[in-house]
Design a protein around this ligand. Structure first.
Ligand code: UDP
Length: 327
């Protein structure tokens, strides 16, 4: 039985990866320090005999006794407001955590896939973003802790590949959504749906003319799985190219939820990228991968998930420093 170590396993993407690898017949070792992850995302796997959970911070030395075939590094805060709250941990998990895991991959002869991000392109001057674009990142801005950690992560991963011959894969993930996102993580989709469910106005930052392209989680997981099993070591964008302005997105959520609340405008956070759309030519050509779930269908599934959360979860305030972020 092949063994896979998944870090950030109690998070949104990590927990979906655990499901997928168990379904494919792997033994899954799930690791998380639960800073932003939540064990409730893994509860349904607790009695699975092919599943083991280890509570550990990957920025500290990692010791795994058994052999490993694959390592997927998905541990990291992923919401811009989280980076503000825990900037040092964000930098450490992308740098020290990646270094520890690459060392582990080398020792075990395992193939390692890292979760990189469209944030390596910063506020992009090339549109749509192709993998050969170097990006436009402000290292000392509020997003710098995440963006630069991920850029370092890619660099050290390529170095282990080139100098130590470790088999590595790099996925650049664009905005993804679906069940198990944290309702209060500050990101736009859960923010809007949470506001609609609580009967609050929807907060659009800036004029709402900035764009994003949202990929449903099942499509992303398929892309990750295919890239892991491919023989391609350079970065590959995975995301849904269907681009929308944030204002139009707010209107879609109003329609979906039937809320009678209005849209209100707040300042645009510093260095908020104005446009984002993946060029997925590489993924199509190398992996035969394309997103299959359209936004209307994906949003409906996600809304159903959020609707069924408890009152406590709906009203939990996670970001006391929110006002520092959006003045
Ligand atoms: N955004 C917004 N209202 C919110 C939260 C986010 O208008 O309540 C905007 C944010 O400024 C950004 C976009 O939505 O332009 C996506 O933000 P998110 O935090 O989801 O992730 P990002 O793609 O910026 O990393």
């Amino acid at each position: 039985m092949k063994k896979v170590l998944i870090t950030g396993a109690a998070g949104f993407l990590g927990s979906h990866l655990c499901d997928r690898f168990l379904k494919e017949g792997y033994f899954v070792i799930a690791m998380d320090n639960l800073i932003t992850g939540d064990l409730k995302n893994l509860e349904h796997l607790s009695t699975n005999e092919n599943f083991e959970f280890i509570n550990h911070d990957v920025s500290e030395h990692i010791s795994i006794k058994v052999e490993l075939d694959y390592i997927l590094h998905f541990a990291s805060p992923a919401s811009p407001i989280d980076y503000l709250k825990i900037p040092i941990q964000t930098l450490k998990v992308g740098s020290l955590g990646t270094h520890n895991l690459l060392g582990l991959a080398k020792a075990k002869g395992a193939r390692m896939l890292i979760a990189s991000t469209s944030e390596v392109y910063g506020d992009p001057l090339v549109h749509p973003q192709t993998e050969d674009y170097y990006g436009n990142v402000n290292p000392v801005g509020p997003r710098g802790v995440y963006d630069e950690a991920k850029r370092f992560q890619e660099a050290i991963t390529m170095a282990y590949h080139t100098y130590h011959g470790v088999e590595t894969r790099i996925i650049r993930i664009f905005n993804t959504y679906g069940p198990r996102m944290r309702l209060n993580d500050g990101r736009v989709l859960p923010a809007f749906i949470g506001q609609a469910l609580r009967g609050e106005d929807l907060t659009v930052f800036g004029k709402g003319d900035q764009t994003r392209s949202f990929c449903y989680v099942d499509d992303l997981i398929e892309g990750i799985y295919r890239l892991l099993l491919s023989d391609y070591a350079l970065p590959v964008n995975i995301g849904n190219p269907d681009e929308i302005t944030i204002l139009d997105f707010a209107k879609e959520i109003i329609k979906l939820t039937g809320t009678t609340q209005k849209i209100i405008y707040k300042d645009l956070p510093i260095n908020d990228p104005m446009q984002r759309q993946p060029d997925i030519t590489k993924a199509i050509e190398l992996l035969g991968w394309e997103p299959k779930v359209n936004r209307a269908d994906g949003l409906k599934i996600t809304y159903d998930y959020f609707k069924n959360l408890s009152e406590d979860e709906l009203h939990k305030v996670e970001h006391k420093n929110f006002d520092e972020y959006v003045k």
